[in-house]
Design a binder for this molecule. Structure first.
Ligand code: BES
Ligand code: ZN
Ligand code: ZN
Length: 504
């Protein structure tokens, strides 16, 4: 998609559709009183059409409202979209409004969109944030995974979004637009990887995508193949892989955005390209969704791309252990004992709790960076979906400072996180009679016992675990994400690392 900022008034531009994001205050005087309000004043010459359209609708500029007006200015259609009270404006309000407008344009099969607000809105927020939020909402809202539709008509795509503000300094506007586009491209990559079926994205492919991304953005990629994984004695990854006909991969990416610093952060993502449950087979209904069990790995690849393309001055290593979890003849079985790279032994009680097993090796591997902090992302437990549904990521860990920064980043990006405890009292649930730890902790507090399992492999490093089981795969379309892969984690961690970079 073409994305552009123009230091022009929207009335001076031409496109198929105009998406005009308005506050209640923008609309008030124009519709209620007949004297020109801000909105009406913006369409000098077309006042009568606008007033007629407004009087025939109940559009008040409130959030969630929208109305189409035809024949204004040089646009085929103008979508007026409400953002609510001026005093309650946030980036999220703008993202949602922009998404609604762009989606309306897209379903109307229009190809080019100009997006704008009235100047009054620019007094309420930083210009950078206005442009960034509008574009983010617009681009993310336009996302479609339609590459498998071959019959006509199903894959109409928007071609361009132009943001127009004559009152925004061109260098700020262009920078905000570029930044938004880059982070959205990374989210698109993550969504595409998640939505792709498991017959197309398996460990070797995931590794190839990571390698290609790395080449394009000058990131160092090293992919460990089965032989190297064996040499490192990653017994967890190998055990889960044993039922699959496809070889595992261990993806490592190193983005060195701050060469003068020796500080490293490590992000780790669960890369199960299909989770059948293994010998502890999952029920058939809904099993196809488990093609998205590599959402953590996809978010790692997307985050590294975002950081590298935005040139954020931090050093971040991305790790993603990847395999299928299938019940083959050589598959690992309940009752097996597995020795991990760390030396810690795991009693396998349920082969469907495979994510924590492959992560055990990755978290241990992470220590070689002597990192400031380790953050892992994983679609780890159904229990997290039960607890938090689809609107908050579960956050657990030992890195209190990192967690408070992540909380802040979550509010800002609206990829919100909610903390659960890792009290040691839960630990006895994962005690094993015959090994160092057992891979399941019984019926209660499944998200917490999973995190306590991971904790055994991170040593004393500040560590945060993000359980994205509910937020990475959506059953219904969101405000600016389609049904399916949401790309969660990319915007959250990009914002987090921007904060880290600005702290120094
Ligand atoms: N990938 C699943 C977790 C999951 C479930 C993600 C639903 C998204 C939606 C994970 O590997 C798994 O199967 N976990 C088990 C653990 C249990 C056996 C202790 C679960 O949550 O049921
Ligand atoms: Zn599983
Ligand atoms: Zn899984």
């Amino acid at each position: 998609m073409n994305v552009d900022f123009k230091e022009r008034d929207f009335t001076a531009l031409k496109a198929d559709a105009l998406v005009l994001v308005l506050t209640k205050e923008d609309v008030a005087a124009g519709s209620k009183v007949k004297k020109p309000g801000r909105l009406v004043a913006a369409f000098r010459g077309d006042e009568s059409q606008l007033l007629a359209a407004l009087s025939g609708s109940n559009f008040s500029g409130d959030k969630g409202e929208q109305v189409a007006v035809y024949g204004l200015g040089k646009y085929k259609v103008v979508f007026l979209v409400g953002a609510g009270d001026e005093s309650e404006l946030t980036g999220e309000r703008l993202r949602r409004a922009a998404s609604a407008g762009v989606r309306a344009a897209q379903s109307g099969r229009f190809e080019s969109v100009v997006m704008a607000t009235l100047d009054s809105l620019l007094e309420k927020m930083s210009h950078y944030e206005v442009v960034h939020s509008l574009l983010e909402g617009g681009i993310l809202g336009a996302y479609k995974f339609d590459k498998y539709f071959t019959l006509n008509g199903k894959n109409h795509k928007l071609r361009s979004i132009t943001i127009a503000f004559s009152r925004v300094d061109a260098s700020i506007g262009r920078k905000a637009a570029r930044d938004a586009q880059l982070v959205c491209e990374a989210v698109y990559l993550t969504r595409d990887l998640c939505n792709a079926p498991a017959n197309e994205v398996y460990p070797e492919v995931l590794a190839e995508v990571a390698t290609k991304m790395a080449r394009k953005y000058h990131v160092r990629a090293r992919i460990l193949d089965e032989r190297q994984i064996r040499k490192l004695r990653m017994g967890g990854l190998l055990a889960v892989n044993s039922g699959s006909a496809r070889p595992p991969r261990f993806i490592t990416l190193e983005y060195k955005g701050n060469p003068r610093s020796r500080d490293w952060y490590v992000i780790v993502g669960k890369g199960i390209t299909f989770d059948s449950g293994g010998i502890s087979l999952k029920p058939a209904a809904g099993m196809g969704e488990m093609k998205m069990d590599m959402s953590g790995a996809a978010a790692v690849i997307g985050t590294i791309q975002a950081l590298a393309s935005l040139k954020i001055p931090v050093n971040v290593a991305g790790l993603a252990p990847s395999t299928e979890n299938l019940p083959g003849g050589k598959a690992y079985k309940p009752g097996d004992v597995v020795k991990t790279m760390s030396g810690i032994t795991i009693e396998v009680d349920n082969t469907d709790a495979e994510g924590r097993i492959i992560l055990s090796d990755a978290l241990h591997y992470a220590k070689r960076y002597n990192p400031k902090a380790i953050i892992d992302m994983a679609t780890l437990t159904g229990a997290c979906v039960v607890a938090l549904g689809h609107h908050a990521t579960g956050m657990l860990g030992t890195g209190d400072e990192v967690m408070s920064l992540l909380k802040e980043a979550g509010e800002k990006t609206f990829e919100r996180v909610w903390q659960l405890p890792v009290y040691e009292e839960y630990e006895k649930q994962i005690k094993s009679d015959i090994a160092d730890v057992k891979n399941v902790g019984g019926r209660w507090a499944g998200t917490i016992t999973a995190a306590l399992f991971l904790k055994k492999f991170v040593g004393d490093y500040p560590w945060v675990h993000l359980d994205i089981a509910g937020t990475a795969m959506l059953e219904e379309q969101g405000e600016y994400s389609a049904r399916g892969g949401s790309g969660v984690g990319v915007r959250l961690l990009t914002q987090f690392f921007k904060q880290i970079a600005s702290q120094r």
